[in-house]
Design a protein around this ligand. Structure first.
Ligand code: ATP
Ligand code: BTN
Length: 258
């Protein structure tokens, strides 16, 4: 496949580069395959992905030029343990901040969703290259998709975009700049000694707060009261018998009686 790529120095994060492609299979996949050529703070942006992916090999759809699909490179040695385990949730907060800047109130849903009016507007897929320890932080944010664009996509949960919610088109590159500004602010303290997860910010916009939920993790389903997230990023559920359960990963659904 022919790949057009513009490289802009110092337009990524922390002096990193911004690599802009017309089309890639997946920004995460490309970053993982080219990890040794990428530096801390480099940002890989594609105007279109042909094989965008979510967790567990699920598909992330994003028609050409309509949405933001981007991966941020965070190099080994710069990231402390607590930071690494909560990177997805920190990214969710920065996406919500970005949406707020275009007058769209948004909420975060553990582990990796950002919702507007209860519908999924953005998703995050953080992957780690085991050899180098580098984190590839993938973000998909629906910007100019219309309801017609979502039709027949067989999405597993209702989705929306900035345009659907606000009625306004946005320049995707401007949304990226705003997102990078918020990421810069939230991700600047990445070493374990300095890093504290912004729990207050998460709490204020936590979609699951006060809800009864079911967590599916592998074959096991656990229902109970959502008791927030701990500082390492684990979801906490208290079941009817009062037993506390902690989850590093899983799918969360909200019980109908909420
Ligand atoms: P779930 O959607 O089941 O809650 P999830 O939100 O944690 O899972 P993943 O497990 O990463 O996300 O799976 C990707 C999910 O995103 C799939 O449910 C897929 O239907 C949905 N999806 C794909 N593309 C988009 C999009 N552009 N906007 C919103 N949702 C999308
Ligand atoms: C989710 O479904 O919630 C996670 C979706 C993550 C999508 C983004 S788009 C940029 C990056 N490249 C990918 O293939 N996936 C992530």
């Amino acid at each position: 496949m022919k790949m057009n790529c513009d490289i802009l120095s110092s337009k990524g994060l922390w002096g990193g580069r911004l690599l802009h492609f017309d089309s890639l299979s997946s920004t995460n996949l490309w970053a993982m395959e080219n990890i040794k050529t990428l530096g801390h703070g480099d940002v890989v942006w594609a105007s279109m992905q042909t094989e965008g992916k979510g967790r567990f090999g699920r598909k992330w759809i994003s028609p050409k030029d309509l949405n933001l699909t981007v991966s941020v490179i965070i190099k080994h040695g710069k990231a402390g343990e607590l930071f690494t385990s909560t990177i997805t949730q920190v990214a969710a907060i920065t996406i919500a901040e970005t949406l707020r800047d275009v007058s769209l109130p948004a909420m975060v849903k553990w582990p990796n969703d950002v919702l507007a009016n209860g519908r999924k507007t953005a998703g995050i897929l953080a992957e780690r290259d085991t050899e180098t320890g580098t984190i590839v932080l993938g973000i998909g944010l629906n910007v100019n998709m219309t309801m017609e664009d979502f039709e027949n996509q067989n999405l597993l949960q209702p989705a929306t975009s900035i345009k659907v919610e606000t009625g306004n088109n946005h320049v995707v590159g401007e949304i990226l700049n705003t997102l990078l500004m918020h990421l810069d602010k939230q991700l600047s303290f990445t070493s374990s000694e300095e890093y504290v997860f912004p729990m207050d910010e998460w709490d204020k916009i936590d979609f699951l707060k006060g809800k009864t939920i079911t967590v599916s993790s592998g074959e096991v389903q656990t229902s109970g009261h959502y008791d927030g997230m701990d500082k390492a990023g684990r979801l906490i559920v208290t079941d009817q018998a009062g037993k506390r359960h902690e989850f590093w990963s899983g799918d969360v659904s909200v019980r109908a009686n909420n």
